[in-house]
Design a protein around this ligand. Structure first.
Ligand SMILES: Nc1ncnc2c1ncn2[C@@H]1O[C@H](COP(=O)(O)OP(=O)(O)O)[C@@H](O)[C@H]1O
Ligand SMILES: [Mg+2]
Length: 241
């Protein structure tokens, strides 16, 4: 079953299209990576799909509901960990989670909080204020907050941006642990992250989707056995999409 289907999804800023007629399908249970350099349009795409930004053209169906016609229905079924983190710095980890659990309603907020604390390995940090946490732990908290409502689709916008290599690898394990339980769309500009985590990768260049496929398919398409070379070739426009 299809989790996400976009049709000509477009967002313009002035003359320039930040996301340009995006046609993309993500299946349920898939871990999909949207890969692109800074400014490629990744965050803009995520913001439209998560109903934080209205498209100027096209539409997207999330689990059958339109982001334009039924944003409330969409929001109930998704979670978002934004690029600029949504963590409240002066609240503790558990207060942040409880706040989020309260906002999203339905079910026992404490039970939800306990579940995601355990799932993200955050129990030891529960009483610490968010602002004293390392970048890696803050990211975990942001992901925990996105998971508290038990979403069917999870958006992670540059989840490892600015983290050191060890924290990044730890977060990869967290993301792998989500596989299968929820559909995940993550954005990254780290090639090795997309290759390591994603079932399929979409390469975004100046708002347009250049190529989509498994890392193996993209390498075959570009005629190379190195993912980095495949990205360079496809992003530069050689090799058909
Ligand atoms: N609020 C905004 N106003 C004007 N231009 C914007 C705005 N947000 C993003 N852009 C532009 O849209 C393009 C895509 O940005 P963004 O989606 O943030 O890319 P990415 O997340 O891939 O780095 C960039 O050229 C960026 O400068
Ligand atoms: Mg971004």
């Amino acid at each position: 079953m299809t989790a996400i289907e976009t049709r000509g999804l477009t967002k313009r800023y002035g003359e320039k299209a930040a996301v340009d007629r995006l046609n993309l399908t993500v299946e349920r249970g898939e871990l999909f990576a949207l890969l692109g350099v800074n400014g490629a349009g990744k965050s803009t795409a995520i913001k439209m799909l998560s109903c934080l930004l209205r498209p100027d053209g096209g539409d997207a169906l999330l689990l059958g509901d339109s982001i334009s016609a039924a944003p409330r229905a969409v929001k109930r079924r998704i979670g978002v960990s934004p690029q600029e983190t949504a963590v409240a710095p002066n609240l503790t980890v558990e207060e942040n989670l409880e706040l989020m659990a309260g906002v999203c309603g339905a079910g026992d907020p404490r039970a939800r909080r306990r579940r995601v604390l355990a799932e993200l390995g955050l129990e030891g940090e529960a009483r610490r204020r968010a602002r004293v946490l390392s970048g890696g732990w803050q990211r975990r908290l942001s992901i925990a907050m996105a998971l508290v409502a038990d979403p069917e689709i999870l958006f992670l916008d540059e989840p490892t941006l600015g983290l050191d290599v060890l924290a990044r690898r730890e977060l990869w394990e967290v993301v792998r642990g989500l596989k299968g339980r929820t559909t995940v769309v993550l954005t990254t500009h780290y090639l090795e992250e997309a290759e390591a985590l994603a079932d399929r990768v979409g390469i975004l260049v100046e708002g347009r989707l250049r190529a989509v496929g498994t890392p193996e398919e993209l390498k075959a398409l570009a005629g190379t056995d190195r993912f980095e070379d495949a990205f360079v070739a496809l992003a530069a426009g050689r090799g058909a999409a």
